[in-house]
Ligand binder design. Structure first.
Ligand SMILES: Nc1ncnc2c1ncn2[C@@H]1O[C@H](COP(=O)(O)OP(=O)(O)OP(=O)(O)O)[C@@H](O)[C@H]1O
Length: 264
């Protein structure tokens, strides 16, 4: 494996265990939803996985985040095969990932102040309270939020501000990679471009690797050095963004591009 690979998937097949109708819960069958995926995200690289709803994007992220062991294959994060490690060790590695979940409205507990949300990734660190505070203020500054919002509850924030809080929380512990699940899909169109610009700015400033999953070709166009097209759980095409979008080789990619063009 290359020394600078932050995330690497080798021949990964994964999915869920389901209980067939009429059977007791002892009897479970494997239901793969992602098949034989190979993926490599290197230091400082921006990769976007594009796929329609149900194609397996979130499932793929769950395995990288250490919460869904694959049926087959190896998942490396920061050079370690995470499912070959004891759970405690695995968590130590996956805590070095910054993660922004799919829906800001559902991801923030309405009864928990922004300050507590921001403190969470720093709980296990050796930093002093004032160093933690400094980190938090710096992360908020990077997402262009004032520290006074630490006293707010999520309900007092707009959707765009909630998303910025989630991005700030994902970078506050200085991760090696930022992983984003549909970072713009819950936001108003007018806010989407701002969030994309912000993410590009943060990625450049912190020199982070960034892995995003989305169904939205526009997100890929503005947020990816490299795109991966996922169709029904299989990678059907990948390459440099401009090349794939201008000269798609797979039928599904062509279809995605033509429906995107028709929508703008
Ligand atoms: N906990 C689960 N148990 C069983 N099947 C699941 C579970 N979560 C997801 N699935 C199934 O796995 C498939 C892929 O789902 P996944 O959420 O990864 O897709 P997605 O591309 O992220 O779509 P979306 O953008 O709509 O979330 C779907 O068929 C879904 O129904």
């Amino acid at each position: 494996m290359s020394a600078s690979a932050i995330v690497r998937l080798e021949n990964v097949t994964l999915g869920y265990y389901t209980i067939p109708k009429g059977w007791r819960s002892l009897f479970k069958i494997k239901q793969p939803v992602v098949f034989n995926v190979n993926l490599n995200v290197i230091d400082g690289e921006k990769v976007v996985i594009i796929g329609e709803s149900g194609s397996g994007k979130t499932t793929l992220l769950k395995t990288i985040l250490g919460i869904l062991p694959p049926f087959e294959g190896k998942v490396y994060v920061l050079g370690k095969s995470i499912y070959d490690l004891p759970v405690k060790e695995r968590r130590k590695i996956t805590r070095q990932i910054g993660y922004v979940p799919q829906d800001p409205y559902k991801s923030l507990n309405p009864r928990v102040k922004v300050e507590t949300v921001m403190m969470e990734p720093l709980e296990r660190s050796n930093l002093t309270e004032s160093e933690k505070r400094e980190r938090i203020v710096e992360a908020l500054r990077l997402v262009q939020l004032h520290e006074r919002i630490l006293e707010y509850y999520p309900m007092q924030l707009s959707g765009g501000m909630m998303q910025r809080v989630l991005i700030a929380r994902a970078i506050v512990h200085d991760p090696e990679i930022l992983i984003l699940d549909e970072p713009t899909s819950a936001l108003d169109v007018s806010i989407q471009a701002q969030v994309i610009n912000l993410l590009n700015h943060i990625q450049k400033k912190l020199e982070l690797a960034m892995l995003t999953v989305t169904h939205d070709l526009a997100v890929a166009q503005y947020l990816a050095d490299r795109v991966i097209i996922l169709y029904r759980g299989r990678i059907v095409e990948e390459g440099e963004t401009r090349m794939v979008l201008s000269q798609p080789s797979h039928e599904y990619t062509r279809l995605l591009i033509s429906s995107y063009r028709a929508s703008i």
